[in-house]
Design a binder for this molecule. Structure first.
Ligand code: UT7
Length: 375
């Protein structure tokens, strides 16, 4: 009888292929960089949609108590003094402690949102968790949250990186609008400190850990996403990626020792893309809705870099007092960024019922999501 060859062949391939995989990944990056050069015009879209008749009943957030300052990172890893603040606007961020997974942050944010709405976990009939740093590849983080909160609800993860909250919000809203859910818990949560290479100045100091949650329910006809746009440009995916650890390049000791499981970012090109994506998308959504920045009470953008936000706001002619930022205290918290900022804005009474709020997320994928939201 012939020996079963498939498994042993795969095992042998996995061992001899690690260096080839690293070389192939490096080549893939070079090819993409070359392909990008004449292209530098990134994909943009005029496609928008509208979904009203639902509202955000409450918002809650959670950031771990452990504050990590720029000075601590500069001393620990030899980062250039003052670079982080100068190039990003970030002063400090929060890091989860070793006992916490993304689901723990998500649960804490969800409890705060439920308490603020005066609802019980038993009221929730849909759970969506936007995250790109799940506790495990399988099961989903949403199922862990469902269990910890003891929900009687379908639960799913949605992976759209830093646009994860906007994608999750739009998805949850569809269930509410059709009446197929009455109370949707939508969470954005990420523990970025676990996926960056701690001594990489180009990524590590930019990111932090947090979770934000919203409760969606039916609202009046004018409330909800007056106009929104979700977009993707996968051709730019290799500008911000984690090459090893998935099915194409499973994590082998060689790939891990080469650091291929860490988040890698072509910061300069992501920066340029982000400025274009944010300005194009906000302009498109406002135009399609027949609105101008003057009609909008508050702009809440993904908190990646103050220079991206300031530049986009300048191009669009939006005054600083109409923009809410908290990246100086939390850094880039990926899918948590927008709901964490919404919670901060509500605490400062920056959003009133009936206000128009623009939310805009952008990040790996590449993905973006912009919503003109009637509160
Ligand atoms: O959450 C996911 C999304 N992540 C991000 O948005 C992060 C994006 N990247 C960054 O925040 C920054 O690139 C780092 C903080 C990582 C590094 O900053 P840096 O090394 O100081 O880069 P930079 O800002 O000077 O470079 C960005 C590029 C430069 O292009 P060249 O000259 O290297 O070809 C700038 O000239 O962007 C260019 N740039 C602009 N382009 C269009 C700077 N300001 C603008 C602008 N419009 N206003």
């Amino acid at each position: 009888m012939n020996p079963p060859t498939t498994a042993s062949t795969h095992a042998r391939d996995a061992v001899i292929d690690a260096s080839k995989v690293i070389a192939a990944l490096q080549q893939q990056k070079k090819d993409a960089a070359v392909a990008d050069q004449p292209r530098l015009q990134f994909r943009s879209s005029r496609r928008t949609a509208s979904l009203t008749g639902f509202r955000i009943r409450s918002v809650g957030s959670y950031a771990p108590p452990n504050i990590v300052t720029n000075e601590q990172l500069e001393q620990r890893y030899g980062f250039e003094e003052g670079w982080i603040l100068r190039r990003t606007g970030i002063k400090e961020r929060r890091f989860a402690d070793d006992s916490q997974g993304t689901s723990d942050l998500a649960v804490a944010a969800a409890r705060n949102a439920l308490q603020s709405a005066g609802l019980q976990a038993s009221d929730v009939d849909l759970l969506i968790v936007g995250t790109f740093t799940p506790d495990f590849t399988c099961p989903s983080t949403a199922c862990l949250v469902q269990d910890k909160l003891n929900l009687d609800a379908p639960a799913m993860d949605l992976q759209a990186a830093c646009s994860g909250f906007m994608y999750s919000l739009a998805t949850g809203a569809q269930f509410i609008a059709t009446g197929n859910a009455r109370c949707a818990l939508v969470i954005g949560a990420d523990i970025n400190s676990r996926i960056v290479r701690p001594d990489d100045q180009g990524t590590a100091p930019l990111f932090g850990d947090a979770a934000g949650a919203v409760i969606l329910e039916a609202g009046d006809a004018a409330q909800g996403l007056v106009c929104y746009q979700l977009g993707a440009d996968g051709a730019g995916g290799c500008m911000l990626d984690r090459p090893a650890g998935g099915t194409l390049h499973p994590a082998t000791p060689e790939l891990i020792s080469a650091g291929r499981h860490f988040l890698q970012m072509d910061g300069r090109n992501v920066f340029k893309w982000a400025i274009q994506a944010v300005t194009d998308s906000i302009r498109t959504v406002l135009d399609q809705a027949g609105k101008t920045p003057d009609d909008v009470a508050l702009f809440v953008l993904h908190q990646a870099n103050i220079r991206i936000i300031n530049h986009a706001m300048e191009v669009l002619g939006i005054p600083a007092e109409k923009v809410f930022n908290n990246l100086q205290s939390f850094g880039n918290t990926s899918a948590a960024s927008i709901p964490l900022a919404l919670d901060g804005a509500l605490r400062e009474n920056r959003i009133q019922p009936g206000d128009l709020v623009v939310m805009c997320g952008f990040g790996a994928g590449l993905t973006w999501g912009t919503g003109l939201f009637r509160w």
